[in-house]
Write a protein that binds this ligand. Structure first.
Ligand code: ADP
Length: 623
C-alpha cells in the first residue's frame, strides 16, 4: 500500500454477496472468467460507442481488445481490456457496492439458487465479485477514458479494499487475480481456452490468450442463415441470454423495408419469473452496425416480451443516440412495432406448423401473451389468435384457440362464450354451463385470474363478441338446438305464483341483490348469480376486491342479480313455504343466495352461512 492508499469497507450487501460467492459457488467456478470477460466487453462496447461521438478520448488509437495472461509460477491470471476504464470514484462505488436494484431481493434469490441449482447462477450475473470464486487476492488497475490519473484497487475479499494512485497506466482496466491454492488450474492455457470457447465465443472483440486470438469476432446476425449451424445458434443463445438451457424457438430475420433490420430472437425453454426469481430484465440488445447501443433494451420490444433473448441490429438508427433519447425516438418506436409484429407472426406460423410444440411454449410463456393483451392495445389483433383456453370441447389440459372455436360454431351462434372457475371439474359442476350443455354450445373455461381481463380487453374475435356466461343479459334463445318442451312448461310454477315469489324474494333479499328474475337458462340448479354490469365478470370482481383489500381498502362489491329456476322442485316448494312458514322461507332464500354466490366464486360471510345452514338442517331432521 502506498502512502496515498485509503482503506474502504464494502457495503453490507456486498459483504453478503462475497460470502455467497466465496462459500457457495465454488462448484461453478469457471464462470468467473466469463463474468470478467463480459465486463471487459461491456467496457469496450461503451468505448466504441463513445469514440464515435467524442473527440477527446484518452489513448484514442489503442485497439479495442481483451488480453489474458497467465503465470504458472506466481499462479496468477490477468485480464486486461482497453475499454472505458474507471476513475477513482467509479472504482470505489462500482467495486464496493452492488448496483442491482432491490439488491436485498437479489441476494436472497441468489442464495436460494446457490442452494438449489447452481445452473441458475448464470442467470444472476454475479459480476465482478465472481473473481473471488477463484482468487484469494484481486488487484484492479484502471484508468478512465477521460485521461485522469490511474488507480489501483486491492482486496482479499474479506471486509474491505484499498485504493491508491497508480501512474503510467494505459486506458482501460487490468484485473490481476492471485489464484487460491485449489484453483491453480486457471493458470493453465488449455483450461482457460476451454472456458472462453464455452462461454465467450461471441464476444465482439478479440480475446488474446497468451498472444493467440481464441475467438471469432464476426457478429452471427450479420451472417447468412444457411451458413449457421444449430449448434452455433444455440451457443449464441447461451451467450446472449446467459442461459444454460437451449432455446425453444429461434427467429433469425433480415428486412430492408420499411427499415433495415437484422435480428436473432430466441424464446427460452424456461420461465424464470414463474420459478419465483422476480421480474426478469429485458433480454434483447440493440445494435447499430454491430455497435451496441442499448443492452437489455427496454425500448426495442414491449415489456411483455421481456422473456425473449437476442439481438436487433438496425443501421438506420443514429449511432450517437443516447439511451435516454431511445425512449421516445420515432424510429425506435417504428422498429419496435415491426419487430414485435414479425415475432408474433412467427409464433402464429409456429402454432400452425406444430401445435403441440406451440402448446409447450404457451404453457410456459402464455402468461406474457396474456399480459400483452391486457396492457398493450397496439398488438391485440396479432395476439388474439395466439391465446389458448380450455373449453367444453377441448381435452383436459389441451387448450384450444379462438380460431378453432369459431370454426366449430354452429350456424346461428353469433357470440363466443366463456365462464371462469377454479378448474374444469368445478366449472362443469356449476350452474353456468347447464344451458350450454343442453344446447350443445361450446363454452370456454377461463381458469386463471387474468383470463377474464384478457377476454374483456379483446372484446371480440373475428367479429364475434366475447361474452361471459355470468352476464345478466346473456341470451341463448337464438343459439343452439334445444327448444322448451310443453312438458317443461307444465312443470313450471304458474305465472301468478311466479310473480308472487319473485317479488317476495326481492323484498327478502333486498339488501343483497339488485334484482331477482326468472332464469331462461338454468336446467337443474335452483338459482345462480349473474352480473347486471355487462363488462364485469364475477372473476374480475373477485380479483379487484382482493387487490383493494391488499391496499387496505374495503372491498367494493356491486349488487348482483339472482336468477331462479322455476322448474326446480326447491323453488316450487319455496313458493308454498312462503305462505306456511315465512321465517323459515327467509332462511332458505338467504341460503339459496349464498350457495349461488359461492358457485360464482364470490365471498359470503361463512359464520352467518354455517349458522343458518345448521338451523335449516335441524329442521330437516326434525330436531
Ligand atoms: P454489472 O456488470 O452487473 O454492473 P459488476 O459487479 O460486474 O456488475 O460491475 C460493476 C460495475 O463496475 C460495472 O457496471 C462497471 O461500471 C464497472 N466495471 C466492472 N468491470 C469493468 C471493466 N473491466 N471496465 C470498466 N468498468 C468495469
Amino acid at each position: 500500500m502506498s502512502d496515498k492508499a485509503t482503506k474502504h469497507e464494502f457495503q453490507a450487501e456486498t459483504k453478503k454477496l462475497l460470502d455467497i460467492v466465496i462459500n457457495s459457488l465454488y462448484t461453478e467456478r469457471d464462470i468467473f472468467i466469463r463474468e470478467l470477460i463480459s465486463n471487459s466487453s461491456d467496457a469496450l462496447e461503451k468505448m466504441r460507442h463513445e469514440s464515435l461521438t467524442k473527440d477527446d478520448v484518452f489513448d484514442e488509437h489503442v485497439p479495442l481488445e481483451i488480453t489474458i495472461d497467465l503465470d504458472e509460477e506466481k499462479h496468477t491470471l490477468t485480464i486486461t481490456d482497453t475499454g472505458i476504464g474507471m476513475t477513482r470514484a467509479e472504482l470505489e462505488t462500482n467495486l464496493g457496492t452492488i448496483a442491482h436494484s432491490g439488491s436485498g431481493n437479489f441476494l436472497s434469490e441468489l442464495a436460494e439458487a446457490a442452494r438449489k441449482d447452481v445452473n441458475l447462477i448464470g442467470q444472476f450475473g454475479v459480476g465482478f465479485y465472481a473473481a473471488f470464486m477463484a482468487g484469494k487476492k484481486v488487484t484492479v488497475q484502471s484508468r478512465s477514458w477521460d485521461g485522469s490519473e490511474g488507480n489501483e484497487w486491492v482486496s482479499e475479499g474479506a471486509g474491505s479494499f484499498t485504493l491508491s494512485e497508480s501512474t503510467g497506466l494505459h486506458r482501460g482496466t487490468k484485473i490481476i487475480i492471485e489464484l487460491k491454492d485449489d484453483a491453480h488450474d486457471y493458470d493453465k492455457k488449455w483450461k482457460v481456452e476451454g472456458i472462453i470457447k464455452q462461454y465467450s465465443t461471441f464476444v465482439p472483440f478479440p480475446i488474446k490468450l497468451e498472444g493467440d486470438t481464441v475467438n471469432t469476432v464476426q457478429a452471427i446476425w450479420t451472417r447468412s442463415k444457411n451458413e449457421i449451424t444449430d449448434e452455433e445458434y444455440n451457443d449464441f443463445y447461451k451467450f446472449v441470454g446467459n442461459a444454460s438451457d437451449e432455446p425453444h424457438y429461434r427467429l433469425h430475420f433480415s428486412v430492408d423495408a420499411p427499415l433495415a433490420i437484422n435480428a436473432v430472437l430466441f424464446a427460452p425453454k424456461e420461465n424464470f419469473e414463474s420459478m419465483g426469481f422476480g421480474r426478469v430484465d429485458p433480454g434483447v440488445n440493440l445494435y447499430c452496425q454491430r455497435i451496441l447501443i442499448d443492452q437489455h433494451s427496454e425500448n426495442i420490444l414491449p415489456e411483455w416480451l421481456r422473456f425473449l433473448k437476442g439481438v436487433v441490429d438496425s443501421e438506420d438508427l443514429p449511432l450517437n443516440i443516447s439511451r435516454q433519447a431511445l425512449q421516445d425516438n420515432a424510429l425506435v418506436m417504428k422498429l419496435r412495432k415491426v419487430i414485435t409484429k414479425r415475432f408474433l407472426k412467427f409464433l402464429a406460423e409456429e402454432a400452425k406448423r406444430d401445435s403441440d410444440y406451440y402448446l409447450d411454449f404457451w404453457n410456459t410463456f402464455g402468461i406474457y401473451i396474456k399480459e400483452g393483451v391486457t396492457s398493450d392495445y397496439e398488438f391485440q389483433k396479432e395476439l388474439a389468435p395466439l391465446v389458448r383456453f380450455e373449453s367444453s370441447r377441448s381435452e383436459d389440459g389441451k387448450p384450444t384457440s379462438l380460431t378453432d372455436y369459431v370454426e366449430r360454431m354452429a350456424e346461428g351462434q353469433e357470440e363466443i362464450y366463456y365462464i371462469n372457475g377454479p378448474n374444469r371439474a368445478a366449472i362443469e359442476a356449476g350452474p353456468y354451463v347447464e344451458m350450454f350443455n343442453k344446447k350443445d354450445i361450446e363454452i370456454i373455461y377461463t381458469m386463471e385470474p387474468i383470463d377474464d381481463f384478457v377476454l374483456n380487453h379483446l372484446g371480440e374475435f373475428d367479429g364475434k363478441k366475447l361474452v361471459s356466461a355470468d352476464r345478466a343479459d346473456l341470451d341463448l334463445s337464438k343459439s343452439g338446438a334445444e327448444k322448451e318442451t310443453d312438458e317443461e312448461k307444465e312443470e313450471k310454477l304458474s305465472d301468478d305464483a311466479c310473480n308472487d315469489l319473485v317479488s317476495w324474494l326481492k323484498k327478502t333479499l333486498d339488501d343483497k341483490v339488485a334484482d331477482v328474475l326468472e332464469s331462461k337458462r338454468l336446467v337443474d340448479s335452483p338459482a345462480m348469480i349473474v352480473n347486471p354490469d355487462g363488462y364485469m365478470t364475477s372473476s374480475m370482481e373477485r380479483i379487484m376486491a382482493a387487490s383493494r383489500m391488499e391496499k387496505g381498502l374495503a372491498p367494493e362489491a356491486s349488487k348482483k342479480n339472482l336468477e331462479i329456476n322455476l322448474s326446480s322442485p326447491l323453488i316450487k316448494q319455496l313458493a308454498d313455504l312462503v305462505k306456511s312458514d315465512e321465517a323459515f322461507a327467509s332462511d332458505v332464500a338467504a341460503q339459496i343466495y349464498d350457495n349461488a354466490m359461492i358457485q360464482a366464486g364470490l365471498v359470503v360471510d361463512p359464520m352467518v352461512m354455517v349458522k343458518r345452514n345448521y338451523k335449516i338442517l335441524n329442521k330437516a331432521v326434525g330436531a
